[in-house]
Design a protein around this ligand. Structure first.
Ligand code: SF4
Length: 336
């Protein structure tokens, strides 16, 4: 299969039906032993310091790999991707756009999917067949999510890792399913996390320092039991067709769709406090104003740049936040 890089979650079923192997460039970036190297490649080629590290990292991954085809999401993710696509073309990559509809509308999504299938030489019928095959992998990811918040047997980091990987199924959805089934079998046998732990929700784009963030939270008596965007990548509301699935997927549309989903999960998962991660130089950071007015549990906004580790300042803020929640649980009237 021919590899194709993707800049965020896209209808992978269409790419698979067309004989491509989708590779989520974000996942390559964060799982690299030295992600900073990719950011440096971009800066050496002229990307400004005040450009988001994800964009620079994606560019670095593309330039450093044998991936020639890249599908760039130009609507429904990040406006910076438009210019990233132009630079990739300049550098000789076959970079093409994919645009989600402006709003969640099944008819518009149908049109977008038809167009995408035609571009890649596939049909929607073939993509629907792939959807049915891939569904079992998505189901397993959602089962792991349930084991996280309901059975309390899975860590926030494992949850993040396996849900986020549904954007490309680590390049092979059959292998992904096999491996995840093994994790589910093992984790089902574990002792649950203690009932008195603090239950944290994580909203916003995936964090550059995720590898350190989740274990650090757990070290302090808390655990992430909800990863908003990562869960959306797994398509929790799959509907009856590809068009419905990608219409119900909240991330590409207005912040209101995301808030409705967050509020439902917040209640269901009994979340004590929310971490909103924002990326430096990202337009989504402004959405923190809306999130704070809509969500009625304590919220900590964390910002990351190109630092793929937790610095002392961020650690102190996390500790203070968890401490406040703990005291609030013990004495809600005193700590509001
Ligand atoms: S973090 Fe923001 S600016 Fe960076 S790639 Fe994602 S949406 Fe774009």
């Amino acid at each position: 299969m021919k590899k194709i890089g993707i800049t965020t979650t896209v209808p992978v079923e269409v790419l698979l039906a067309a004989g491509y192997q989708p590779i989520d460039l974000n996942n390559v970036l964060v799982s690299a032993p030295d992600p900073t190297r990719y950011v440096t490649i971009a800066e050496r080629d002229g990307f400004p310091l005040n450009c988001c590290a994800w964009i620079k990292g994606l560019y670095g991954v593309c330039m450093d790999s044998d991936i020639n085809d890249v599908l760039c999401v130009t609507n429904g993710d990040c406006s910076n991707t438009i210019i990233l696509m132009e630079v990739l073309k300049l550098k000789g990559k076959n970079a093409r756009p994919f645009a989600y509809p402006e709003r969640p509308d099944k008819e518009q999504m149908d049109y977008v999917l038809e167009k995408m299938a035609a571009t890649f030489g596939a049909t929607l019928e073939a993509a629907e067949k792939v959807r049915r095959k891939v569904q079992s992998a998505r189901d397993l990811a959602l089962k792991l999510d349930e084991l996280t918040w309901k059975d309390n047997k899975v860590s926030g980091w494992e949850n993040n890792l396996w849900l986020i990987s549904t954007s490309d199924f680590n390049g092979d959805y059959r292998k992904y399913s096999q491996e995840l089934q093994g994790i589910i079998n093992k984790s089902s046998q574990r002792q649950p996390y203690p009932a008195e732990e603090i239950r944290v929700g994580y909203i916003g784009v995936p964090s550059v320092y995720a590898k350190e963030l989740y274990p650090y939270i757990e070290k302090h008596g808390a655990r992430v039991v909800f990863n908003e965007v990562q869960r959306q990548f797994a398509m929790p509301d799959a509907g009856r067709s590809l068009a419905e699935q990608y219409t119900n997927y909240t991330y590409p549309y207005s912040i209101n769709e995301r808030i409705a989903d967050i509020k439902t999960e917040l209640k269901k998962r009994r979340i004590d406090g929310m971490i909103h991660y924002v990326q430096a130089f990202c337009h989504r950071g402004i959405g923190d104003i809306v999130m704070r007015s809509a969500i009625d549990v304590p919220m900590l906004t964390l910002e990351g740049n190109a630092d793929f580790y937790l610095n002392g300042h961020v650690k102190t803020r996390i500790e203070a936040f968890l401490d406040m929640i703990e005291r609030r649980k013990i004495c809600p009237k005193v700590v509001k």
